[in-house]
Design a protein. Sequence first.
Length: 52
Amino acid sequence: MKESHDSYANLYNHASIGYLTVDKTGHILFVNLTSGALLKMSESRISALGYR
């Protein structure tokens, strides 16, 4: 199970497009590395912004 999780996390974090995982209330739960690079912001800063 851990290998599967690690493989998924690696694909998510290193995808060639930006991914945000958002809950139904608009809170950004996860941000991949590409999103941070594209937005020129840290992943923690993006997560703090939320989505509406």
